[in-house]
Write a protein that binds this ligand. Structure first.
Ligand code: LLP
Length: 414
């Protein structure tokens, strides 16, 4: 299903023409489809049906309260990486008892916050973190549920900045260190062993590395069982990729088939932590062309969105399709689609054939994941508005930032 398509030559989000959104809410603006978000969540639920499983949405992909609330109402759990994300989940009506907490640098304050909220599990990423967690839990008179995040040293075959399961990455505990660390955890008074976790990277297009990682995790779980350590859950992380351009990612069902085959007959609950596959293709970034600039070597379409709104092209050389909101039957030269930020790395797309005029709207596709969530105020640019479309209606789910908000907490010297 695509929630974004042309009707009478105009690109729409569900039943709402994008020019209407630009008119009402301004640009740049993130536009999400409620139907697409729910359809994607349903695809995960469907693929895992018949198994004791929990889909823990990776909040970092898009942490807007409306989106968290939508998934919470579907019964989702959440994968968080900071106290800030936990606060968002709770504010959005998410159940802390369905939250897993990943990340290599949890502070004592974050641990206290998560313990007091009663989260389901800490995915512990080092021996030092385990000791700190035991101490913090003890100081609160609590026991912290833990899983060790194991680094299986598997190449996920994705962009180096988003691969996390290699020995050279900072994430997790090496396979060979896991057993002794579990034995240590068992000896600690204020932690309680709940499971095992693993996440090898993002934008995975091949299910094989995930299956290879699962094999290592399952054999570790079996070794733990032999030591008398029974796990309640196996957390296989997120990572399923989406189509940005011409990729052919596996469907959710295809991705999980080899994993579920390996889990057949096992009693542990399955946790997964998808982010991008739930929200990536459920949103676009709507932007307006301010100027066209034709040159001897290159043509530029200068738009009102920039690298501060969507940093993926600048940071990972990522491709996002860029579509004219109204198709015009005019000459379509190649354009560099760039923003107003003072950096040559400020581009949204290179060499795009676009039949457009100044003032036209463009939709930067597949921008629902790691778009708004990675936005900044660079160049003192207020962050974009966010809108969710539901059928024929649209709702502002985050207001456009005002310039005054940007420096409200700043002070000049006396
Ligand atoms: N679980 C853990 C522990 C993670 O580190 C991540 C993502 C996920 C789950 C969700 O992965 P997903 O299903 O979204 O692939 N900013 C980058 C992506 C960074 C991913 C970081 N970790 C991008 O824009 O491509």
């Amino acid at each position: 299903m695509s929630a974004f398509g042309y009707r009478d030559g105009v690109l729409c989000a569900e039943s709402v023409p994008l020019p209407e959104i630009a008119e009402r809410h301004g640009t740049p603006c993130y536009v999400y489809s409620r139907a697409a978000l729910l359809e994607r969540f349903g695809a995960f639920r469907g693929a895992l049906a018949g198994r004791d499983a929990l889909v823990c949405y990776a909040v970092k992909a898009n942490s807007n309260l409306a989106i968290l609330n939508l998934f919470a109402r579907e019964g989702a759990g959440f994968d968080i990486v900071s106290g800030g994300e936990l606060a968002r989940v709770i504010a959005a009506g998410g159940d802390p008892a369905k939250v897993v907490f990943s990340g290599v640098g949890k502070t004592a304050a974050e641990m206290r916050q998560a313990l007091s909220a009663g989260i389901s599990c800490f995915n512990v990423e080092s021996a030092a973190e385990l000791e700190r967690l035991d101490e913090v839990a003890g100081s609160l008179g609590l026991r912290a549920p833990v899983a060790l995040r194991v680094n299986p040293n598997v190449d996920p075959k994705t962009h180096p900045y988003i691969s996390t399961g290699l020995r050279s990455n900072k994430f997790g505990v090496a396979c060979e260190d896991a057993l002794p660390l579990y034995l240590r955890a068992r000896a600690l008074r204020h932690v309680e062993i709940a499971g095992i976790a693993c996440h090898i990277g993002s934008q995975l297009l091949d299910p094989a590395p995930a299956a290879e990682a699962a094999d290592k995790i399952l054999s570790l779980a079996d070794r733990l069982a032999a030591e008398g350590i029974a796990l309640r859950h196996l957390d296989l992380g997120g990572g399923l990729g989406i189509r940005y351009h011409d990729e052919t990612p596996p469907t959710v069902k295809e991705y999980f088939a080899p994993l579920l085959a390996r889990l057949a007959g096992r009693g542990e609950k399955l946790l997964v932590e998808p982010g991008r596959a739930l929200v990536g293709n459920s949103g676009v970034l709507l932007t307006r062309i301010e100027y066209l600039k034709h040159g001897a070597e290159k043509n530029f379409a200068i738009v009102d969105a920039a690298m501060n709104d969507l940093i993926r092209p600048a940071l990972y050389d990522a491709w996002h399709d860029i579509l004219p909101v109204r198709s015009r039957q005019i000459d379509a030269p190649l354009y560099e689609v760039v923003g107003p930020v003072c950096e040559s790395g400020d581009f949204l797309g290179h060499g795009r054939r676009l039949g457009v005029e100044a003032g036209d709207l463009l939709a930067v596709m597949s921008a629902g994941a790691y778009g708004m969530a990675q936005s900044s105020n660079y160049n003192s640019r207020p962050r974009a508005a966010e809108v969710v479309v539901d059928g024929e209606q649209s709702f502002v789910v985050r207001e456009r930032e005002q310039v005054e908000q940007l420096f409200a907490g700043e002070h000049v010297l006396p």
